[in-house]
Design a protein around this ligand. Structure first.
Ligand SMILES: *Cc1c(COP(=O)(O)O)cnc(C)c1O
Length: 340
């Protein structure tokens, strides 16, 4: 897979470099250079495939130039070892349960896939890998459990002091082994800013084999597309031909993966980006003026993001065209009262 930076379309790298560098030096985000659709016959018979078969198909399609089919299939067998059941609430309304992994967050998909990809490469290179990650709560736990005990890796997690739940704090701080957690006197955005600064620090990058596990990493994004296909497969078995997705959004990684799935040929009628009081994107869709704001604390702390780092990718997928974006996506903010 070849990738380019959103800030300079001539800045191109291969998958390995994008995985380890995470963030291009020009401060853009890596995007796939070209996305071919999955073959139509396979898509039209998707209901006949298991979750693992779907994940293998998508990964082999995207990363066939980077890994052998055998490597990919073994990796998926390890990573996708829990289900994502579609549970119907009403005749035509269902919840996709993404909490069956070890940290109970959908981030397990991304973190487990990424940790195995990175471990695969660094085993070859025989070099200690330092993983630096900012979390508003859930990412850190998924990353910690994804990397826990993975040889040749060391994980450092930055989290905002007093702004994660007790369970999340325990998931972050009680691992030992190759995982360390540091609390930052500030917000998630402060943690994220520190991570970004580290990656733009040339000295640090020269002396450490440093990589990020945030949702900006392309290896987190790819596996999150699997369960959009899996949701559709299950809906199809119930007789549905069309689906829309409502995605609770913070950094907009999850919904970006859904858009990736649609670019690969999954028919999605509409995406609904639901946010809490951090309404940067709903405001943007109303005013067409993108105004990042400081994040405010809410009950849904995994979504407390004032400047969603994947928004650039969303816009890039829609060719920076607000009309095109609006034809596929709506967005609405909800207060804590409404959330309850
Ligand atoms: C991470 C997380 C979100 C936000 O996902 P993004 O990919 O950052 O948009 C929403 N809900 C839960 C429970 C989460 O863990």
């Amino acid at each position: 897979m070849k990738l380019y930076s959103t800030n300079n379309h001539n800045n191109r790298v291969d998958f390995k470099q994008a995985v380890f560098q995470s963030l291009p030096e020009d401060k853009g985000l890596y995007m796939p250079l070209s996305l071919e659709k999955l073959d139509e016959n396979w898509l039209n018979s998707i209901e006949n495939y298991s979750f693992q078969e779907i994940a293998k198909k998508v990964t082999n399609h995207l990363l066939k130039d980077d890994f052998s089919e055998e490597t990919i299939n073994n990796l998926i067998d390890e990573v996708i070892n829990f289900p994502a059941p579609l549970v119907f609430l009403e005749d035509d309304l269902a919840i996709l349960e993404l909490f069956h992994g070890p940290s109970f967050a959908f981030k397990d998909f991304g973190a487990r896939f990424m940790s195995r990809v990175m471990a695969h490469y660094s085993k070859k290179d025989n070099q200690l890998l330092d993983v630096l990650v900012a979390t508003s709560g859930d990412t850190g736990g998924a990353v910690a459990l994804g990397f826990l005990g993975v040889e040749g890796t060391r994980v450092t997690i930055l989290y905002p002091k007093g702004k994660v739940s007790l369970i999340q704090e325990l998931q972050l701080t009680a691992n030992g082994k190759n995982i360390r957690a540091i609390e930052i006197d500030g917000t998630f955005d402060d943690c994220q800013a520190l991570v970004k600064r580290a990656f733009l620090d040339k000295d640090l990058m020269k002396n450490l084999n440093l990589t990020s596990a945030n949702s900006i990493n392309i290896a987190r994004l790819i596996p999150q597309s699997f369960y959009y296909f899996e949701a559709f497969a299950q809906a199809k078995r119930k007789g549905f031909e069309k689906v829309s997705f409502v995605v609770p959004s913070g950094n907009f990684g999850n919904i970006t993966a859904g858009i990736l799935a649609s670019k690969l040929g999954l028919e999605v009628e509409q995406f609904v980006a639901a946010t809490n009081a951090n309404d940067t994107v709903p405001s943007f869709l109303k005013t067409e003026n993108y105004q990042p704001k400081p994040s405010v604390q809410t009950l849904s702390n995994a979504m407390d993001v004032g400047n969603p780092s994947n928004w650039v990718r969303v816009m890039e997928f829609f060719e920076q065209d607000v009309e095109q974006l609006k034809s596929k996506m709506v967005s609405k903010a909800y207060s804590d009262v409404e959330t309850i």
